[in-house]
Write a protein that binds this ligand. Structure first.
Ligand SMILES: NC(=O)c1ccc[n+]([C@@H]2O[C@H](COP(=O)([O-])OP(=O)(O)OC[C@H]3O[C@@H](n4cnc5c(N)ncnc54)[C@H](OP(=O)(O)O)[C@@H]3O)[C@@H](O)[C@H]2O)c1
Length: 298
């Protein structure tokens, strides 16, 4: 089965390009092969490859910059996704796409369900929601996985920033009132492998939107504490200074983009499709931390 992976150099794409080899022939694409801003180049590119599945791990993901680059964010997160979905429909290709908890405003007290009413607070969230709607309206066969706080061994992310700052500073202020969980690219890979195996068999999952997050609850502060503890437990800790963490409120940080206070997603629909319960976020996270620190503390 030929799988076209778009965004193969991103945090998630870098993981998927290796792990998905178990379930198919992975054709990688990044900006240098297909720039998604060039909408008219998408169809000829896909017609040449003739994939059975398109996985779109590419996106405009800079939440802050999107406030000033709304048009560009919309081209990548909406127009290109709309084009891909229409091509998937026309050529009978399965389309797998990723979205975000940022489609919600975070005012719900409980974890969000797939069919809760979206109401994005920022440009990034709005463009991702437009992308979701375009896929749903295209009539193609699709799975949209809403993920949160992606942190893994590849690319830039919160964990790598904290590791770097811990080497430079003795005091860090970390936001403590945004609730969510890190979603590991390893977990996303595990789910996609399961999904693609099911898709090849007669036990297909229902098409649609699925929340894809591990179990449990965290905040940026809790994650930062865990990172610092984990760093100081590592043998080679010469570069880690003594550091104190101070919890602060979102309202104390001035940012262009507003962020939801509740990023928790209910994953029971996904667990039902998988037929098993997902682990607590710490299990996946500590695995990723080991890999990150092995590279970083050398
Ligand atoms: N990161 C998170 O915390 C988070 C949270 C929730 C949901 N998500 C979603 O999860 C998915 C994967 O995110 P990620 O963290 O892996 O993002 P990422 O590391 O920023 O990777 C995105 C990739 O998309 C590529 N891309 C951007 N614009 C492009 C264009 N015009 N043409 C071709 N490629 C382009 C980027 O290439 P360049 O490097 O060349 O720009 C990059 O390789 C996305 O759908 C994202 O919205 C992420």
């Amino acid at each position: 089965m030929k799988i076209l992976l778009l965004g193969s150099k991103g945090q998630l794409g870098s993981k998927l390009k290796n792990s998905l080899k178990k379930v198919g022939e992975v054709i990688e694409s990044d900006r240098s092969r297909l720039n998604l801003e060039n909408l008219d180049q998408i169809l000829p590119f896909i017609e040449k490859i003739k994939p059975s599945i398109i996985i779109n791990a590419s996106a405009y993901t800079n939440v802050e910059a999107a406030e000033d680059q709304a048009e560009l964010a919309s081209i990548v997160n909406f127009k290109a996704v709309d084009t891909l979905a229409k091509i998937a429909k026309k050529l009978n290709i399965l389309f797998i796409h990723f979205s975000t908890d940022y489609v919600f405003d975070g005012t719900k007290n409980d974890p969000y369900l797939e069919d809760d009413l979206p109401s994005p607070l920022n440009v990034y969230g709005k463009t991702k929601l437009d992308g979701e709607k375009a896929i749903q309206e295209s009539g193609c066969m699709f799975y949209i996985f809403r993920v949160t706080w992606v942190i893994g061994e590849y690319g830039n992310n919160f964990a790598k920033k904290i590791i770097q700052l811990a080497k430079e500073r003795s005091h860090l202020k970390i936001i403590s009132d945004q609730q969510g969980v890190p979603t590991s690219p390893s977990l996303i890979s595990e789910v996609l492998i399961h999904l693609i195996k099911s898709y090849k068999s007669s036990t297909k999952w229902g098409f649609g939107i699925y929340n894809l997050t591990p179990n449990g609850k965290a905040s940026w502060f809790i994650i930062a504490e865990l990172i610092i503890r984990f760093m100081s437990e590592k043998e080679n800790q010469s570069s880690v200074k003594a550091i104190t963490l101070e919890p602060v409120l979102t309202s104390e940080f001035i940012t262009k983009a507003k962020r939801p206070l509740n990023s928790l997603l209910d994953n029971s629909k996904l667990e039902k499709a998988l037929g098993y319960q997902l682990n607590d976020w710490k299990i996946y996270f500590l695995d990723d931390m080991k890999r990150i620190l092995n590279k970083n503390l050398k």
